[in-house]
Design a protein around this ligand. Structure first.
Ligand code: SER
Length: 315
């Protein structure tokens, strides 16, 4: 990776990934893009407004900056996708197709995030294997499985260097996630600090995989910098740092905020999505093939989240 284009660079992951990429590869070698940008996005380094559904604009930016790698983070998440499945398909699959086509034409490398949402009913719930049944029940999950297959197809058929991970819920404090099922695990920290209580839309005892943002960012770099001869899989690797439910998160938060109160108002739509996803992933393929090794467990993440939210909010 020498000249990188990040789509969706103002989103939850993109906004932190781009900072790290610029540290490693140089400010001017990492171009951010999103449908809209704030003044600070334009000030931080090269940034262009672009909708991934616009193939012409995408090709124009690839040429303008001599891009060799696209990290395609522009996407709608699971819960918001159920409100508008047609829009999700247009953005997630239309965008991915445009990225793969420009990569084929101009010989680019591509990173594509997949998700635990690529699993569903029929998938083994515990220690979900790397290669297993993938019959998701959300439009987001359907787009992720289709995306994984399309990326493998572009690799096998056209030699496009496509790589990806199946992200679990990503926890962070700089940019909020936009309408996912795992978002409760982010909101709980903000409400714990600001109000001392949180009402969870996901029920107690519902286990999902999670990972802290710095580990999610390093995944991209570690996987993309791995010698391709080491990769048996490509799209996409199971990654996770912890398997937790709301009660475990609350107990950890109470180590720092003893009076924290957690109650529940379960949202049936998001609860059903959560129950269709794995409880815990087997990440051994990522470990073996490209050295995946997350640094943050629940305790370390909680310390950093609380410090970060307090710092950002001047508390
Ligand atoms: N965090 C995502 C969501 O909940 C899963 O990839 O939609």
């Amino acid at each position: 990776m020498k000249k990188i284009l990040v789509t969706g660079s103002t989103g939850q992951i993109g906004s932190e990934l781009i900072v790290r990429l610029r540290e490693l590869y140089g400010r001017d070698n990492v171009v951010g893009s999103a449908r809209k940008g704030k003044d600070e996005d334009f000030a931080a380094g090269p940034f262009e407004t672009m909708d991934v559904q616009d193939a012409g604009r995408l090709a124009e930016l690839v040429d303008k900056y001599q891009i060799d790698t696209i990290i395609n983070n522009a996407a709608m998440l699971s819960a918001v996708g159920e409100q508008n499945p047609q829009a999700l398909w247009a953005v997630n699959m239309g965008g991915l197709y445009n990225v793969l086509e420009v990569a084929r034409e101009k010989n680019l490398k591509v990173f594509i995030p997949s998700s635990i949402a690529a699993f569903g009913p029929g998938t083994p719930l515990e220690q979900t294997p790397q290669d297993t049944i993938q019959r998701p029940s959300t439009i987001y999950g359907v787009s992720k499985v289709a995306g994984e297959l399309l990326c493998d197809y572009y690799f096998k058929r056209f030699g496009v260097d496509t790589r990806g991970v199946r992200y679990p819920g990503i926890i962070s404090y700089k940019t909020l996630p936009g309408g996912g099922t795992t978002d409760y695990a982010v909101h709980i920290y903000f409400d714990a600090i600001k109000q001392g209580r949180y009402t969870s839309f996901i029920d107690k005892g519902t286990f999902m995989d999670m990972m802290y943002m710095p580990d999610a960012v390093e995944c991209v770099i570690d996987l993309m910098e791995t010698d391709p001869s080491k990769l048996k899989h490509r799209n996409a690797f199971n990654v996770s740092a912890m398997s937790i439910d709301p009660e475990m998160l609350a107990a950890e938060i109470r180590q720092h905020i003893p009076e924290f109160v957690l109650d529940y108002e379960v949202d049936p739509v998001r609860q059903a999505i959560a129950e269709s996803w794995p409880n815990s992933l087997d990440t051994s393929a990522a470990k073996e093939e490209w050295g995946f090794e997350p640094k943050f467990d629940l305790a370390a993440m909680t310390v950093d989240m609380i410090k970060g939210i307090k710092h950002e909010s001047d508390l």
